[in-house]
Design a protein around this ligand. Sequence first.
Ligand SMILES: [Zn+2]
Ligand SMILES: [Zn+2]
Length: 381
Amino acid sequence: MSQKEFEKRLKQVFEYFHQTPELSYKEYSTTNKLEELLKAENIDILDLPLKTGIVAEIKGKKDGPIIAIRTDIDALPITEETNLSYKSKNLGKMHACGHDFHMTTILGAAYLLKRDEKNLQGTVRVVFQPAEESSHGAEEIIKTKALENVQAIFGLHTAPDLEVGTLGTNVGPLTAAVDRFEIEVTGAGTHAAHPDLGIDPIVVISNIVTALQTIVSRNIHPFNPAIVSVTHIESGHTWNVIPEKAYIEGTVRTLNEKDRSLIPRNIKTLAQNIAKSYGARADFRWHEGPPATNNDKVWTEVAIRVAKDTGYKVKIIPPKLGGEDFAYYQKKLPGAFVDIGVGIGESLHSPKFRADESALLKSSEYFRNLAEQALIIIKEG
Ligand SMILES: [Zn+2]
Ligand SMILES: [Zn+2]
């Protein structure tokens, strides 16, 4: 197959996935299609207890090292608002985070690696991970044996703030730890005409919301990016009753483990003590999401060198405070995560997001090159 034909094939695959988005943990037809596409090229599929998602393997030289390349495969509950000829056919669902682009890139890389497997210095595990948008799909893969003996892992995200032909990355975190908190304040309900007979939870929680704003400004090092946001507040149901309870929830974003453990402690202390000072009670709940991604220095340098050799313009980019569950893999083994430019346009998760298909071929070639080089580097020690 010529390079032109291969590119055409990639675009067909991309358009197919774009038209058939499925939500986290529901990626059944996507998984079937991936299986069909992998089998069409005689690529081995690992027998793993996964409901959705699939892991393939390309074996080169025996006794060689093992590395992994990873894509996510899920879409979002968004109604597409583009004019693309290959717009989503699944109403209310859309590949608005570019995971269709990621899948096509990694599938393309698998095809290219398979073609030249005789010269491959080891084994490449090709991970098609479910449910990235749920923040916990990576853990499904980690629970299986898919990453056994894997020495390095690489992944990508589409970047609508980078031109086609530009690749962005950096050593250290590229995305934040994404955690969630809830606080429920219990006061004492009463008649609105007799606040003296109750404990108003709305006043208490209002003080808590205000106090939480000081954590980032007063407790976090001024050069460390961090967020504490209350994003949901609820209490009461009418104008002449002081309710018994008030509720808030929100999100915390951090880039290092020290800040990540300090912030929930301070939220809890502030909430409980403020409530106590009013005679109320605050219950605090903390829900951990993925940690911050953590690009290994050595592998990021390799990723940058290979990007330049593949013809990418490389941009060193600052971290963002969005989340990415690739971070779970980087807790287990070293690796690098990169942003692939898909043309400047609407942001990720926008109903108008689109990834320029002309970025596909280079992206697939890049992951082929990166996998080959990673194996050579490990082998040569
Ligand atoms: Zn997303
Ligand atoms: Zn995404």
